[in-house]
Design a protein around this ligand. Structure first.
Ligand code: GCB
Length: 596
């Protein structure tokens, strides 16, 4: 696999989206023979072999096997594939007149979960992980006419994987994000980090990484609007590190200012839209551009807003983040895996801060070194893609993971990895706290050895749904063993849109509404709380949720139904967030600090 090319949309690209030929192959007969040995003869589907005579036996044919849309999950494109877990072979042909000195890459936004790539009957490589981009160099393999690109995508769940076999979301398979051919010069700008130095409001610090034979070059960074033009030299590894002062208008939710940035080497140039802001922790406070903030957030799964299936487009991002804006959010938690790049870029433009997460979810194989390598790789691919987005303030390394030495070791590696790949951002994880009864009240204490290593604490709780009644929230007191800010990263309960009853009838909008009211009152009593992301913006598909007539394989904790209808609790949260935003609600915890 080639190193990831940053900011693909700003390059010279050819889009390969659209209808791809597809063969559904539940037994992997296109990859393995009847002794389960890898195939490399004409029986291998990636050879796209055609019978050479009327007697030749060939048992597959892309041309007559039907099509699937790319990008798109396969589950919602054919009824027979809704629950499908296995392999699908995708094929697409293209011509490409590559100028002699240029290099060509094929870039996949994401394919869930394993992807095996082939061009013109030859293997290109393999990628593991369903939510991060990958690319292969095809400079020496591409022909001016008649190329065929084949991708076998397999979404079979495995214990050793990240995520593992057990989750609470749909295992959408397929090429779920765009596919592009990217043409670059022989030596090109592969990646760059241009952000404010941690803790500073005027020092830009970062690096540019070149790739190719001519690694020592002059590299210029220009910010025309700010009158900045700086020249640096890359070293023999193609890396130019820099630091310079700049007087820039800070990016914030109120004013999501983005600058045109031009990065030019001697052989290549690329431009981007980048915002500059600082994000820090001081005691239990979160400081955005030096001022205390409260994160008015919501959790989001990467599901399309108005149609079934995975979201991937800018339109999807605008609708989902538009609902968050309507709630008066300034923050979203993109659960439980890296979402598509359009979400991050749209959040940058709309002024919504982002928590981005890797799918280290529940109980994965903490002792397995391959599982750790895989998680580290997914984390670094996510960081590489998004590390220039001002909106992105927090990386989360885990969700609801049970405390053990092996888990602590595993997650510490990830925390360290995130800090060293990107020293500018904060690292968190969604933890779980234990409660104990004390007289008529209940005490919950944030106490997890991992908290020492995190910048910001996240905690998930389902008071009023899985435990206690909604009213019991009034009897709960929270404390923390750490002088750090807390984000209540999940709370909520299910309601079927349009299903009504009294406030104690499960699954009704009234139950959910009542739960939110008591939650909000409880949350406002937590002195170290600096953000909330209730679970969740929109109902989403989950194989765990079987109750007929209510769930029908949907988790119904959305504030918005899967058809985009707003439930009563939406308006409770909206009022709370509006009051916080205008200062009408301060709450004892916040000391009026949430403004501006
Ligand atoms: C959780 C998980 C989330 C689930 C949610 C639920 O704690 O983090 O992925 O979907 O609870 O609805 O139970």
């Amino acid at each position: 696999m080639a190193p990831l090319i940053a900011n693909v949309s700003a390059r010279q690209t050819t889009n390969l989206d659209g209808q791809w030929q597809a063969i559904v192959d539940p037994y992997d007969v296109g990859a393995l023979d009847y002794r389960a040995q890898p195939l490399s003869n004409s029986n291998a589907f990636y050879k796209n072999h055609k019978p050479q005579s009327k007697s030749e036996l060939v048992e597959y044919d892309f041309d007559t096997s039907g099509h699937l849309n790319v990008p798109g999950d396969w589950n919602t494109q054919r009824e027979s594939l809704l629950f499908y877990e296995g392999s699908v072979w995708y094929k697409r042909s293209f011509d490409y007149a590559k100028p002699p000195k240029k290099r060509l890459f094929v870039h996949f936004g994401a394919a869930n979960y394993l992807a095996y790539a082939y061009l013109n009957g030859e293997e290109l490589g393999y990628h593991e992980g369903g939510f991060t981009p990958f690319d292969f160099e095809i400079t020496d393999r591409v022909k001016s006419q008649g190329n065929f690109l084949v991708l076998r995508v397999n979404n079979t769940r495995g214990k050793e994987q990240v995520p593992t076999v057990n989750t609470d979301w749909w295992n959408y398979g397929g090429i779920t994000r765009p596919v592009t051919l990217v043409e670059v010069p022989g030596t090109f700008i592969q990646d760059y980090l241009i952000q404010l130095e941690r803790g500073s409001s005027r020092q830009i610090k970062g690096w540019v990484q070149l790739n190719g034979p001519q690694l020592k070059q002059n590299v210029t960074i220009r910010i025309p609007e700010a009158g900045i033009s700086k020249i640096f030299q890359s070293d023999s590894k193609g890396r130019a590190e820099f630091s310079f002062a700049a007087d820039l208008m800070p990016w914030s939710p109120e004013n999501p200012k983005l600058y045109n940035i031009e990065i030019a080497g001697e052989t290549d140039q690329v431009s981007d839209r980048i915002g500059f802001r600082s994000i820090e922790v001081r005691g239990t406070d979160l400081l955005l551009n030096g001022k205390p903030i409260f994160l008015r957030g919501i959790d989001i799964h990467e599901e399309a807003p108005m149609r079934p299936g995975r979201a991937w487009s800018e339109d999807d991002a605008r609708t989902l983040l538009g609902w968050a804006k309507e709630l008066s959010c300034n923050f979203v938690r993109l659960a439980h895996y890296p979402h598509n790049e359009a979400m991050l870029r749209t959040a940058d433009q709309m002024g919504i801060m982002v928590w981005a997460e890797v799918p280290v979810y529940w109980t994965i194989q903490w002792e397995n070194p391959n599982t750790l390598r895989n998680a580290e790789n997914q984390l670094s691919e996510m960081i590489a893609r998004d590390h220039n987005r001002a909106a992105l303030i927090i990386y989360s390394v885990a969700n609801e993971t049970p405390i053990s030495d092996a888990r602590n070791r595993f997650l510490r590696q990830l925390i360290q990895g995130a800090h060293s790949a990107d020293p500018t951002r904060l690292v968190s994880a969604a933890l779980e706290a234990k409660e104990r009864a004390e007289g008529k009240r209940f005490k919950i204490r944030i106490d997890d050895p991992l908290a020492n290593d995190l910048d910001v604490l996240g905690n998930n709780e389902y008071i009023g749904w899985y435990v206690h009644t909604p009213e019991d929230a009034d009897l709960i007191d929270w404390s923390s063993s750490y002088d750090k800010p807390l984000i209540m990263s999940e709370f909520g309960g299910d309601a079927l849109f349009g299903y009504h009853g009294d406030a104690h009838a499960r699954w009704t909008e009234e139950y959910q509404e009542n739960l939110y009211r008591h939650q909000i009152a409880m949350l406002m009593r937590i002195s170290f709380l600096r953000g909330t992301t209730p679970w969740i913006l929109k109902d989403f598909r989950s194989p765990r949720r079987t109750l007929p007539g209510i769930q029908d394989y949907f988790n119904r904790k959305g504030l918005v139904s899967d058809h985009g209808e707003k439930k009563k609790a939406f308006f409770v949260l909206q009022k709370f967030y509006r009051d916080l935003a205008t200062g009408a609600e301060t709450g004892p915890a916040l000391n009026g600090q949430q403004k501006p």
